[in-house]
Design a binder for this molecule. Structure first.
Ligand SMILES: *Cc1c(COP(=O)(O)O)cnc(C)c1O
Length: 409
């Protein structure tokens, strides 16, 4: 059987194949960047037209009550909770991932006032590290951000660790941390854990409850398909919620915002983490993406995502094109992406994009390909590798215009 026939056979047996038609993707594009910006669900434009024309246009401010805009952040949060092993009332949609990191890190430090260290890994996504650095400066420099390699995390945890801050799936390599083990190790030292689920929510089953995670944040515009700049989410375990303070004590996080009390009193539960007025249009779009995820079986998503990645790696390595695998070879240790290193990674990525194969590049030399199992087929993977093969054989990447870098890579 040729690799192409193998791909077609795998597609024919794919239990998720029917989800492809629930997305609007352009003809002639193989989209391998859903880990950066998820595709557009077919239901979203229609829903947004309705919210804009009817709820905003006709019903105006009454819609906060009549169309339940005021409950959107908790309603969509409760739906996301089902995707990440959390309970209803543990997840709120609000702000961006970066802002939510700030809120939860600040709250975590106040719960461990005698401890000084935020522990993370050096390869964490920059915003996670930047937010920790900025917070430490704001708090007068009494704390320290300590970053180590993933292997050194268990020994770096000690009685001075206030919070372990990790992204479950590394954005560059796709390396998947053992959430249960690291959370248990942090707890054994009395530290709190804050997991960033940017590359795991919607990509694989996550069990915050089963792992006894304290705090988490995640992204709305990646695997949840919420649209560009979609609001993010945050999770605080039930047991911590009463004691947990948000540093951004805005009016919509007040126990009674419409009492217009001059003194702040936090709302019970997660609502206190809603600083200001929620972005209703973006939340409506995010809900469409989350509803689609809820209709799919996360175990099937994980199975297919691992198989897509394995197939991609095998095809590329068979061609012997000089790409070095930068992701774990074992699918169980990878998220839903595969990365390769190549010194000409940037122009090669541009040449692929020019030919309709959209992945992305992460400096200095990483070509990153995301496999969203709801809309990527095995045939897509085969075709993407065929295009890559042609680009390498003809050195089509070696053109000056493909080496000019845009602001966003
Ligand atoms: C994508 C991503 C973010 C994004 O943060 P924004 O505030 O939405 O820009 C944060 N952390 C990680 C690990 C990410 O992958």
């Amino acid at each position: 059987m040729t690799p192409r026939e193998h791909a077609l056979r795998l597609d024919a047996q794919d239990p998720l194949a029917g989800f492809r038609e629930h997305f609007l993707l352009p003809e002639g594009v193989i989209y391998l960047d859903g880990n950066s910006l998820g595709a557009l669900p077919r239901a979203t434009p229609q829903r947004l037209r309705q919210v804009i024309a009817q709820e905003w246009g006709q019903d105006l401010i009454r819609s906060w009550n009549t169309h339940h805009w005021i409950d959107l952040s908790t309603r969509v949060g409760d739906k996301i909770a089902q995707l990440i092993g959390a309970q209803a009332g543990e997840v709120l949609v609000a702000d961006s991932t970066s802002v939510n990191l700030f809120k939860l890190l600040a709250g975590a430090l106040t719960l461990r006032p005698e401890r000084r260290v935020i522990l993370s890994e050096a390869g964490n996504f920059p915003t996670d590290l930047y937010i920790a650095q900025g917070l430490i400066e704001l708090l007068g420099g009494r704390h320290e951000l300590r970053t180590v390699t993933p292997e050194d995390l268990p020994t770096a945890l000690n009685e001075d660790t206030a919070v372990l801050l990790l992204t479950q799936v590394n954005y560059k390599t796709g390396y998947l941390h053992d959430m249960a083990a690291l959370t248990a190790q942090a707890h054994a030292q009395g530290a709190l854990v804050l997991w960033d689920l940017a590359h795991s929510a919607g990509a694989l089953p996550v069990d915050l409850g089963g792992c006894q995670v304290d705090l988490a944040v995640g992204c709305g515009y990646k695997y949840l398909n919420g649209g560009p700049g979609a609001p993010a989410f945050l999770f605080v375990a039930k047991e911590l919620q009463e004691a947990f303070q948000s540093p951004l004590s805005g009016w919509l996080g007040h126990a009674q915002p419409f009492a217009f009390d001059p003194d702040y009193r936090p709302a019970p539960g997660m609502v206190r983490h809603q600083c200001g007025t929620p972005p209703v249009l973006s939340l409506a779009a995010l809900e469409c993406g989350v509803d689609l995820m809820l209709a799919a079986d996360l175990k099937a998503i994980r199975q297919k995502s691992m198989a897509l990645g394995d197939f991609f790696i095998a095809l590329i390595e068979d061609l012997g094109l000089g790409f070095a695998l930068a992701s774990p070879r074992a699918a169980t240790q990878r998220g839903s992406q595969v990365s390769f290193r190549h010194a000409q990674g940037y122009p090669i990525t541009q040449a692929l994009i020019q030919r309709g194969v959209i992945g992305d590049f992460r400096a200095p030399d990483i070509l990153r390909f995301g496999f969203c199992p709801l809309y990527v087929s095995f045939r897509d993977v085969w075709e993407a590798v065929a295009v890559l093969h042609a680009v390498m054989k003809t050195t089509a990447w070696d053109r000056p215009e493909l080496k000019l870098r845009g602001t966003v890579t």
